[in-house]
Design a protein around this ligand. Sequence first.
Ligand SMILES: Cc1cc2nc3c(=O)[nH]c(=O)nc-3n(C[C@H](O)[C@H](O)[C@H](O)COP(=O)(O)OP(=O)(O)OC[C@H]3O[C@@H](n4cnc5c(N)ncnc54)[C@H](O)[C@@H]3O)c2cc1C
Length: 456
Amino acid sequence: MADIGQPIGDRAVVIGGSIAGTLTARVLSEFYREVVVVDRDEIMGVAGPRRGAPHSVHAHGLHARGYLILTELFPGLLEDARQLAGLTIRDFGGMRWIFDGRPIKPADTGLLSVAGSRPVLENYLRNRVAAIPEVQYLERTDVLSLRTDAARTTVTGVRLRQGDREWDLDADFVVEATGRGSRLPAWLAELGYERPTEERIKIGLAYTTRTFRRRPGTFGPPQAINPVSSPTFPRGAFFGQAITGDCRVSLTGMLGDLPPGETQQFLDFTKSLPAPDIHEAIVDAEPIGEAASFTFPASVWKHYERLDRFPDRIAVLGDAVCSFNPVYGQGMTVIAMQVMKLREHLSRNGGRDTAGLRQAFADAIADPWLISTSGDLEFPGVATHRPLKQRLLNAYLTRLRYAATKDPAATTALMRVNGLVDRPSALWRPGLVAKVLWLSRDLDTTRREEPVPVPV
Ligand SMILES: Cc1cc2nc3c(=O)[nH]c(=O)nc-3n(C[C@H](O)[C@H](O)[C@H](O)COP(=O)(O)OP(=O)(O)OC[C@H]3O[C@@H](n4cnc5c(N)ncnc54)[C@H](O)[C@@H]3O)c2cc1C
């Protein structure tokens, strides 16, 4: 356990054993004698699709900041990940990024990220956490509700169900990490608390993913090509080639444009991407398995930090609080940032002052939310109010991305912020602003490619 002082309690319970639950358990094991992670799925040893995390089969990358945190929590991660089929470690700035239809200059940023199969990464992390003596996973078990004291001010455990059996499990601290479908707002309402207010930006995003066997002679070393959707090119993709040689392609469509799964239509969709080599790579390649699609109607932030009343000895993090537009690849990194906040909080306050903890989690969300919603709001079809500050930021980001097509230093600045290593305020350094304005002096801001027609 804990290399940080004495245990602060006997048992902590984590609801949800996916990325957020697993990282949380890793940190809680430093503070509690026993940590029980409960998940309704069978999860141990599962490195493939599963019912409780259907999104995990689509392209996932762990940003540089997340990678840095995970290497601290899981020493040896880099060496292990290099051995795992399905994962690739890359320089974040060395991937082929295409923004607004234009490839940016690659840059040696020195920032590493983990790309590839999310179930493989999740399984690896879960195995590491399950090996900690204090941690126990309880699979195929549903958490039905929270248990509290008589005054309903302090959470004292959870009610569980496994098959026909129901029972209570006491806990000194409970962490809710059940993802986007979290029932915590309803559980709070049952206990007489307000539900959190929600910020919701409707984007009508859809992913469709297929895997192909690489043909001999196509592509060299493992690589990634990421045309990110933008108003001029609303269709995007994440093309990743693993060490095994297989290529996984996740296609993305905005505002109701669902990429088709049927092979020929999938290939046709790739022709509309501003990266012709994705189509060339897979046009005659053998598809492996079935296509998987996932729709993501809206980015959602549940503002728990704004609640005046909240029970004691419970925390909520991960997608249960905020789920970002996935094309920006932020979710897992924000979770990593939140668990470090949890660690800091527990070492200072024990399980008390949940208001401070809720605020700390919201602080971890604020910058990534600004970055991803700035991207969303560039789409005229995304209906919401755009304050002047937002419009100025978007205009500047368009110029920065353009500058990055000319100068690797601009790529590095962009990637450090996108990778959540630097705060967005770093983009306003006078030297960088001057460079961006100079390099983007020939940018045609009235440019509008004929966007691919999408159903609204
Ligand atoms: C298409 C797509 C692509 C993405 N790409 C990226 C990316 O490139 N990079 C990135 O960082 N993020 C990405 N994300 C976001 C990332 O997947 C999420 O941020 C992350 O999965 C959230 O993890 P979580 O543990 O909070 O929730 P989830 O992964 O949703 O897990 C919730 C868990 O809770 C369990 N559960 C639910 N209810 C109960 C219950 N009552 N009792 C017990 N167990 C329960 C479920 O079985 C599940 O295991 C993407 C998301 C999508 C949709």
